[in-house]
Design a protein around this ligand. Structure first.
Ligand SMILES: *Cc1c(COP(=O)(O)O)cnc(C)c1O
Length: 399
């Protein structure tokens, strides 16, 4: 019988050296070897099961990596100090000078800036495509293409990537498919749908507390071994290791992720439906009006709902600012970037998290200046929150 993501995490036997129910926290950067030969072998890439140095592996990060691998159903994972570290290390591990990659044009702003402004330093060529237009993906493939990159639910327009079809294309051309699943942990399982590598900003839903920045790379054992290779591994050599204290706190938060995702989705679905009824233009993949609603239904793990991310379009950036300030005053949530928090967060994407993307490109990809992105919180009384948003819309003359 196929087990769900959380049951797989729960089935891991993870406890501390004294039987402590939470694994012990590593408070060391280096480790003793009982036999000198073991140290030599470890440096030559042979795994003796010993820890060497905390930038390489450390027990706390290994516990979290094992739990994330169980969630994703991948052979292995690597824990990083930020989502950007996960994305950049994974891409640089796969692409060399002279290589080419294809990416969705709608991605997280930092990812877009890395692909657009930073990779040219290494002479790595990038094609930006509409990821829902599979023909444009196919026709962008070149002999030196190494990678197709996308987000399972894209930021901020909430386009859903057809991961099974993208996997078919990448397999047919012997290239890798990498998926950023930050918006939809547990809802979508990209590796089970054919993605080779799954990357996360754990800063968001996975940790869910907005108290730290962290990331993860999930994939085949060989890929993670390559990333952590002492002589050539991108993660080992660039060194964005997460502090063990943080990884142990993220591991505990991971154990409530399944419950949180259901509540985020339930609240977002409620707001999306009721705001639509008021005549507001709402983008939410749980609405029948969303262009990839049926696709998401086909690829998602139904029990978690359609996710906590929603966007509305209020026409202009000025209107967006006015509405967001009112919503903050009325305690709908915070005017803040980031997502996956227990309180609702909202920001005007075009002028904040997507401001790295030039205005003409924003327009081309359908990112209008009045777009407000919501990360819907864990409110117990979402109807109350809806009523507040409604009165803010009224006083901003948006209804
Ligand atoms: C926040 C985010 C990132 C970057 O992660 P950090 O933890 O801030 O480095 C990457 N992708 C998506 C979709 C994000 O939301």
């Amino acid at each position: 019988m196929r087990s769900d993501a959380y049951t797989r995490i729960q089935d891991l036997l993870q406890f501390g050296e004294f039987g402590d129910v939470n694994p012990s926290i590593t408070d060391s950067s280096t480790y003793t070897f009982l036999e000198a030969n073991e140290m030599i072998e470890t440096f030559h890439g042979k795994s003796s099961g010993c820890f060497l140095y905390s930038r390489h592996w450390n027990p706390s990060n290994k516990y979290l990596a094992d739990a994330i691998s169980a969630m994703e159903n991948t052979e292995s994972s690597w824990i990083t100090a930020s989502g950007m570290a996960a994305i950049t290390c994974a891409i640089l591990q796969l692409c060399n000078t002279g290589d080419h990659l294809i990416t969705s044009v709608t991605t997280y702003g930092g990812t877009y800036a890395f692909l657009k402004n930073y990779l040219p330093k290494f002479n790595i060529d990038v094609s930006f495509v509409n990821i829902n237009d599979l023909d444009s993906v196919r026709s962008a493939i070149q002999p030196n293409t190494k990678l197709i990159y996308t987000e399972s639910i894209t930021n901020p327009l909430l386009q859903v990537s057809d991961i099974p079809e993208l996997a078919k294309i990448s397999q047919a051309h012997n290239i890798h498919l990498m998926v950023d699943n930050t918006f939809s942990p547990m809802i979508i399982s990209p590796a089970e749908l054919g993605a080779d590598i799954v990357v996360y900003s754990m800063t968001k839903f996975i940790n869910g507390k907005n108290d730290c920045v962290a990331g993860a790379i999930c994939g085949k054992q060989q890929f993670v071994d390559d990333l952590s290779n002492v002589n050539s591994g991108t993660a080992m050599l660039l060194g964005p290791v997460l502090d063990p204290l943080r990884s142990s706190s993220i591991l505990k938060n991971l154990h409530t992720l399944h419950i949180r995702m259901k509540q985020h989705s339930k609240n977002a679905q409620f707001l999306a439906e009721h705001l639509t009824e008021l005549g507001v233009r709402v983008i939410y993949p749980g609405l029948k009006s969303h262009p990839q609603h049926e696709l998401l239904k086909k690829i998602m793990n139904r029990e978690y709902g359609f996710g906590g991310m929603m966007a509305i379009d209020v026409g202009s950036a000025e209107k967006a600012s006015e509405l967001m300030q009112k919503m903050q005053q009325e305690q709908v949530g915070y005017l803040a970037v980031s997502l996956g928090y227990f309180k609702t967060l909202f920001s005007n994407s075009g002028r904040s998290t997507s401001s790295e993307i030039p205005l003409d490109v924003q327009k081309e990809m359908g990112l209008s200046e009045g777009l407000i992105r919501f990360s819907v919180g864990l409110d117990n009384d979402i109807e109350r929150s809806f009523k507040k948003i409604k009165s803010c819309l009224e006083s901003s003359r948006l209804l």
